[in-house]
Design a protein around this ligand. Structure first.
Ligand code: ZN
Length: 215
């Protein structure tokens, strides 16, 4: 397993982003990972602090990673358990409701991913995605794959998890071995070796002395 490859910045659809100083985590080079678009969308969602999102950002995110690839229709309203629903209308001001909604959705996604890589794995979110119809079987070039198929009424966290589940279901052992949630900053990335410490590249060289932040 070689080192991951970085996203080609020029290939990104979204020069609008003001977060260019933040680099996305590297992708795994696993040959079985076909639906890389979904994975990119999920990682992009997890990468930005909740406070930096605008309604326009969220709408663009939906369009880039879900609507344009044909995975779902654009929702009018975005929901998440425990958060006030937010209209997906750039003319509206999402304000603190948007931040809270994204914060809660991200928290649920990170919790699910932590379960996947826990010593005793809890990957119930994969079955939940299958039985909830948020992923479906398909064939690409004769190869069996999973495709995210969320609906407009699904919670935001479940929509993000559906993007991840479509990739993880192809090879969950790869994810269990290589998925990394930084124990310092919570960033999601991929590590080259299953034995590597659970910290991102930024914190790899100086982890001692930090207090792990849980979120
Ligand atoms: Zn980190």
């Amino acid at each position: 397993m070689g080192s991951g490859r970085n996203i080609d910045e020029a290939g990104r659809r979204s020069p609008r982003r003001l977060h260019t100083s933040r680099t996305l985590p590297s992708f795994p080079t696993h040959p079985g990972l076909q639906s890389i678009t979904g994975l990119r969308g999920a990682l992009e969602f997890l990468e930005w602090p909740a406070s930096e999102w605008t309604i326009k950002d969220l709408q663009d995110w939906f369009v880039d990673h879900l609507v344009t690839p044909g995975l779902m229709k654009r929702p009018q309203i975005v929901r998440e358990p425990g958060a006030t629903p937010v209209m997906l209308d750039p003319r509206a001001d999402g304000g603190s409701n948007l931040e809270e909604l994204i914060y809660k959705a991200r928290g649920r996604v990170i919790t699910a991913l932590r379960g996947l890589i826990a010593p005793v794995a809890d990957d119930r979110f994969l079955n939940a995605a299958i039985y909830g119809g948020r992923v479906r079987r398909a064939a690409v070039g004769g190869r069996p794959v999973w495709v995210a198929s969320p609906r407009e009424i699904d919670f935001l966290g479940d929509i993000v998890l559906s993007l991840l589940a479509a990739d993880i279901l192809l090879d969950r052992e790869f994810y269990r071995a290589h998925l990394c949630i930084c124990e310092v900053c919570g960033r999601v990335s991929f590590k080259d070796s299953p034995d590597a410490r659970g910290v991102c590249a930024e914190h790899r060289s100086h982890v001692s002395g930090f207090t792990p932040r849980v979120r």
